[in-house]
Design a protein around this ligand. Structure first.
Ligand SMILES: [Ca+2]
Ligand SMILES: [Ca+2]
Length: 99
């Protein structure tokens, strides 16, 4: 069984996921930063996919978001981080990432 790396109690707008230490693009030497875009077949791309929404608007929900990154530019994810935000009113955005 495949088990995803999971953050269980991320607080949107307060916590940050720091990706800046990861070399985002394996096709270029040196350490590149991620770009927040849909996958276009270039390395160094990260995107968010919301898997489930909170139960009702205006109450803390149980958003589940996947952070997907393509490092080698084949258009397929090379790592996935699953993020649960049980105490947050809003889903994650790019502002919750340090690229
Ligand atoms: Ca690189
Ligand atoms: Ca890839």
């Amino acid at each position: 069984m495949r088990v995803l790396d999971t953050i269980w109690d991320f607080l949107v707008g307060s916590d940050k996921i720091d990706l800046s230490g990861i070399d985002a693009n394996s096709t270029i030497s040196g350490n590149q930063a991620f770009e927040f875009v849909e996958f276009t077949g270039h390395g160094g791309e990260v995107r968010l996919v919301e898997i489930s929404e909170g139960p009702t608007q205006g109450t803390p929900g149980s958003f589940t978001t996947s952070v997907l990154a393509d490092i080698d530019g084949d258009g397929l994810r090379d790592f996935t981080l699953q993020v649960l935000t049980p105490f947050s009113l809003d889903p994650m955005t790019v502002n919750d990432l340090i690229l």
